[in-house]
Design a protein around this ligand. Structure first.
Ligand code: NAP
Length: 325
């Protein structure tokens, strides 16, 4: 595993996304939560993963509860992150929700508390005030935002007066908007970009074909439509080619691409211990310049496709509202 050092704390470049736990929409079955998800968290810690990312809205608290259960009595360095759903982002509401998250997670303090998405209906200063209180009362070591533009992230930080360490945004080889402004900013200033959906929710694994896309929460993801999968084919093809030459999988190459860049932490979700292990192993893959270039070219082709234009529109629409997860 490789790490990003933040004030002596080690953030694993491959973390674990925990939306899948306790969220029926992923379709992993009734037993997934109580059995596989606990095994996934424990194995992640054994393998040196420190970053665990959950949210109060995942499974309406079920994900936090399962992560808390998995962590009980387990030693090891960890960087525990959860998110506040800012529907009514008043400071006192945030503090109440934070207390409940702490209880579900079974800890006295978080490492990172994030605003899950921007809420333009409330002044940013009010939303940031909640973060200030959380920090002031020692209930979280760091604060972060999610789905924020660069200008909003910087404005929030100015209002808070101290660093907002992370911005968690969608970032994968099919959705590379973060590379334009957010990533250069994080790299230049010592912030951290947390990449969610780094496998494009599984679309980059290469196992989905038109007509055989996954259901549940992914039914609305246009990447799994026939057009989406077709447009993504050059990227998946490039991943396959590089993966074959290295005896790894396309998913591992997709993660290796993202973490080849400084200040990026990926938080792939996993439906099994085997997937988690494969994702962790991606931290050891060092892609060469020619491989990175081939992936960038394939990604650019996707960006230029007309489907991409449609996807962007949908991304903007989702980024604004309730579909942020
Ligand atoms: N802040 C936000 O608004 C937001 C939004 C979305 C997600 N997130 C966070 O980011 C995390 C990850 O994002 P995500 O779950 O949307 O997408 P993702 O990590 O890109 O995709 C996860 C899915 O990919 C497949 N997969 C995982 N490892 C694999 C492997 N080694 N080989 C092949 N397939 C593999 C699994 O699905 P199948 O095997 O079933 O295909 C898994 O459920 C979430 O858990 C959550 O913590 C945050």
């Amino acid at each position: 595993m490789r790490y990003i050092d933040v004030d002596g704390r080690q953030l694993s470049v491959v973390g674990l996304g925990c939306w899948q736990f306790g969220a029926k929409g992923w379709g992993y079955g009734r037993d997934f939560g109580e059995t596989e998800s606990l095994a996934i968290v424990r194995r992640a810690l054994e393998l040196g993963v420190t970053v665990l990312d959950t949210a109060e809205m995942y499974g309406r608290g079920a994900s936090e509860r399962l992560v808390g259960k998995a962590l009980k009595g387990v030693e090891g360095d960890r960087f525990l992150a959860t998110k506040f759903a800012p529907v009514a982002p008043l400071p006192q509401v945030l503090m109440r929700h934070l207390q409940r998250s702490l209880e579900r997670l079974g800890v006295d303090r978080l490492d990172l508390y994030q605003l899950h998405w921007p809420n333009p209906l409330f002044p940013l200063g009010v939303q940031v005030e909640g973060l200030r209180r959380a920090l002031g009362e020692g209930l979280t070591r760091y604060v972060g935002v999610s789905n924020y533009s660069l200008s909003r992230w910087r404005r929030a930080e100015r209002l808070l007066g101290i660093p907002i360490l992370t911005n968690q945004v969608r970032y994968n080889l099919l959705q590379t908007q973060a590379e334009r402004r957010l990533l250069p900013h994080a790299q230049a200033t010592g912030h951290v970009l947390v990449a969610y959906s780094p496998l494009a929710q599984g679309a980059l694994s290469g196992r989905y074909r038109p007509g055989s896309g996954p259901g549940g929460v992914r039914r609305v993801n246009p990447l799994f439509t026939a057009e989406g999968l077709q447009a993504a084919a050059p990227v998946v093809g490039a991943l396959r080619e590089i993966a074959a030459g290295r005896n790894v999988t396309p998913s591992q190459v997709a993660l290796a691409y993202l973490i080849s860049q400084p200040r990026v932490v990926v938080i792939p979700g996993a439906k099994s211990v085997a997937q988690l292990e494969a994702n962790v192993a991606a931290a050891d893959i060092q892609l060469g310049d020619d491989e990175l270039l081939a992936l960038r070219r394939a990604s650019d082709l996707f960006r230029l496709s007309s489907v991409r234009a449609g996807l962007q529109m949908l991304g903007r629409h989702r980024g604004r509202g309730a579909a942020a997860s």
